[in-house]
Design a protein around this ligand. Structure first.
Ligand code: PLP
Length: 370
């Protein structure tokens, strides 16, 4: 009973399946540079995600950095601070200025009512985040982008395989970035992808992830090196066979959490949204200490005393990072700050047992007075 439980545990195929998959590589000796496995995974993912255009990368962060570069943005980019370091860093590392919009208190995605006020003549794009797999208000964002002629790139790192009314989430905006990091719903060990609408972006991405090399004798972009290798792609091909089953197992865990926690005063959980097919990637819980009686930090400590490691995710906000000290005013994103101080992401992975969920919830609810 006293084994440790971590916030996540990567999905892995049976070892025999992976070994069988990679064996031919010893014959071909083709290890990377857009090989057979890379191309096969690209094809399979475009089907799974229901998108026309996709480009694979060595990780999600480089995918995001390079799609921003491919779009030739300038000046300011509107985004949110309630995200992983990657989103903000990708903007800054492209020489752009992030302008932080607050999130809405319902699903913690960008508050579409607050975007227009932040637009200036320097704004070139909006980079919203589908936080925890909660889908942004894509139709409202599209309207604003059209009105002001802005590009839209979604950080869809959490939204693998999600659909709105049957349409793959990678079809919205000019582009979306997906992460296939070990801890995500679908993994290629490390890995990522960009889905995009304009085929010209695909050409740019293809060149930029390979040093800007256009041909043997021509280098026409200040590129990076961000290619997905064959072992990553082979892992992806194996994991993709199991991902639908893995998501169903996650759903069972999520439903068990909801059964315990949905009706507790002072605890807010996420619920399903009718038009959205969820991937059950995270289970964030927000504690209102005045009603619930305990703070997020108290619950987090109590869980870790029991060898259960939940995560304060996302905390701290990216606009409060030391590396950005003095650059941003956190008081402009008060809802993001409120959530970041109170949210705890509970352990969630396909093989988490119902008994463990029950144990976690009992620890959380210890001492709670109805
Ligand atoms: C994981 C993640 C990324 C970065 O993806 P990597 O594949 O780890 O580089 C970016 N944004 C968000 C919101 C993420 O959760």
């Amino acid at each position: 009973m006293d084994k440790s439980i971590f916030v996540t545990r990567p999905s892995m195929p049976p070892i025999e399946e992976y070994i069988k998959e990679i064996e031919p590589i010893w014959k071909s000796a083709w290890l990377t540079n857009l090989g057979k496995y890379h191309n096969e995974l690209e094809k399979q993912l475009s089907e799974y995600l229901g998108v026309e255009n996709i480009s694979l990368f060595t990780n999600g962060h480089m995918a995001l950095e390079l799609v921003i570069q491919a779009m030739n943005l300038s000046g300011e980019v509107i985004t949110t601070p309630f995200t992983f370091a990657s989103t903000t860093h990708a903007i800054v590392r492209n020489g752009l200025t992030p302008v932080f919009c607050d999130v809405n208190p319902n699903d913690y995605t960008i508050d579409v009512e607050k975007i227009e006020n932040l637009i200036t003549d320097k704004t070139s794009a909006i980079i919203p985040v589908h936080v925890y797999g909660n889908i942004c208000n894509v139709s409202e964002i599209e309207k604003i982008a059209k009105k002001y002629d802005l590009k839209v790139i979604y950080d869809a790192a959490h939204a693998f395989g999600e659909n709105i009314n049957g349409q793959g989430i990678g079809n919205f905006g000019d582009a979306s970035m997906f992460s296939f990091h070990a801890t995500k719903v679908f993994n290629t060990i490390e890995g990522g992808a960009v889905t995009f609408s304009a085929s010209s972006i695909g050409t740019q991405l293809y060149i930029l992830k390979n040093f800007g090399i256009q041909s043997d004798v021509s280098v026409n972009g200040v590129g990076s090196n961000a290619k997905m290798n064959e072992f990553q792609a082979a892992m992806g091909i194996c994991n993709l066979r199991h991902v639908t089953a893995e998501i169903l197992k996650r759903k069972i865990v999520v439903e068990r959490y909801r059964k315990w926690l949905s009706n507790v005063n002072g605890i807010k959980v996420m619920n399903d949204v009718k038009e959205i097919q969820s991937n059950y990637s995270y289970f964030p819980v927000v504690f209102d200490e005045k009603v619930f009686g305990f703070t997020r930090n108290e619950i987090c400590d109590r869980l870790s005393e029991n060898n259960i490691f939940a995560r304060k995710y996302f905390y701290p906000l990216t606009n409060t990072f030391e590396c950005y000290h003095g650059k941003f005013d956190v008081s402009k994103t008060p809802i993001a700050q409120y959530i970041a101080k109170r949210v705890l992401t509970l352990p969630l992975y396909a093989d988490l047992s119902i008994d463990d969920v029950d144990r976690i919830c009992n620890i959380i609810l210890e001492g709670y007075q109805v």
